[in-house]
Design a protein around this ligand. Structure first.
Ligand code: 13P
Length: 296
């Protein structure tokens, strides 16, 4: 279980770990330090060959090596954690390349059973054994295209934690739900069902990604203020399920058409702690710029 150094230091000293939200909705320096930013690239079912995947990994690593503000979690206080989610066949080789630059690798999904006759499925122990630290759980494409129910997602979150990895739980409303103005209700329902039975201690290893489905792959980025409001609301849900400490310590990413042009505005918001990036993470230069967002 890992906590950011700033958080640990604040907890140890008994000091308040988090400053109040600025009235302008921007994060204070204290808040920036309190939750380590986490930028993740979800390659989905791309690129189509191993050669292209390794090219992308090499290109991104080379660009990141030229930057100073990124590192694996816990290495340097205040830096950005970077995680890549390549397709399963490429995980080990991508890890060999990007690991040297302090980039973490995760699995795009796992099955909740430990092993056995589940053709085509991959177990948590398998991805753990090749070095994965994170697992995406509940991505909207898994929910809509592969019938992942909240009960299944909950089982996958727990299995990920059981094997000492960190789930990034993806939640978010569809276009229809957005039009019905039930974004908060949908997010609250998904958080409570998908995290059922996850302990307060385990929450230190859980990241949430708010990904409005209508913003994924569409070029429609959710307005940064609107997204920040949802992130704040998710914290109120966590406060009810757990307590204020968990609500304030949990890292919540935004996902949905994030680009170099939109990332700075998003990351300036008080409750947005990182981004889960699809399309733009397939371009080394774009993702490097996103990871190296400008602190407004
Ligand atoms: P895009 O960035 O392509 O919209 O994808 C977002 C996403 O689904 C990340 O998991």
């Amino acid at each position: 279980m890992k906590l950011s150094l700033a958080l640990l230091a604040a907890a140890a000293s008994g000091a308040a770990a988090f400053a109040p939200v600025n009235t302008n909705g921007l994060r204070s320096v204290t808040e920036l330090n309190a939750r380590q930013p986490i930028m993740a690239g979800n390659w989905k079912m791309n690129p189509t060959t191993e050669a292209d995947a390794l090219n992308l990994a090499n290109g991104f690593t080379a660009l990141l090596n030229e930057m100073e503000d990124t590192c694996a979690m816990d290495e340097v206080e205040g830096c950005t954690e970077v995680v890549l989610f390549p397709p399963f066949p490429f995980i080990s080789k991508v890890m060999d390349i990007v690991g040297k630059a302090g980039i973490t690798v995760g699995a795009q999904q796992v099955y909740y059973q430990d092993k056995g006759a589940f053709t085509g499925s991959v177990a948590a122990s398998m991805v753990k054994s090749v070095g994965c630290e994170y697992v995406l759980c509940g991505h909207s494409e898994r929910r809509s295209l592969f019938s992942d129910s909240d009960a299944n997602i909950n089982a996958k979150v727990k299995k990920t934690l059981e094997f000492g990895m960190k789930p990034i739980l993806c939640i978010g409303e569809t276009q229809e739900e957005y039009d019905l103005d039930i974004t908060k209700e949908v997010c609250a329902m998904q958080v409570s069902k998908d995290l059922a039975g996850v302990s307060k201690e385990e929450m230190a290893d859980v990241v949430i990604a708010y990904e409005p489905v209508w913003a994924i792959g569409t070029g429609l980025v959710c307005d940064s203020d609107a997204s920040n409001e949802v992130h704040k609301y998710i914290r109120t849900v966590l406060a009810k399920m757990y307590d204020d400490e968990v609500a304030q310590a949990t890292r919540i990413q935004y996902g949905g058409s994030v680009t170099p042009e939109s990332v700075d505005q998003l990351m300036a918001k008080s409750d947005i702690d990182g981004c889960l990036v699809g399309g733009a993470s397939l371009f080394a230069d774009k993702f490097a710029r996103i990871v190296n967002f400008e602190k407004l």
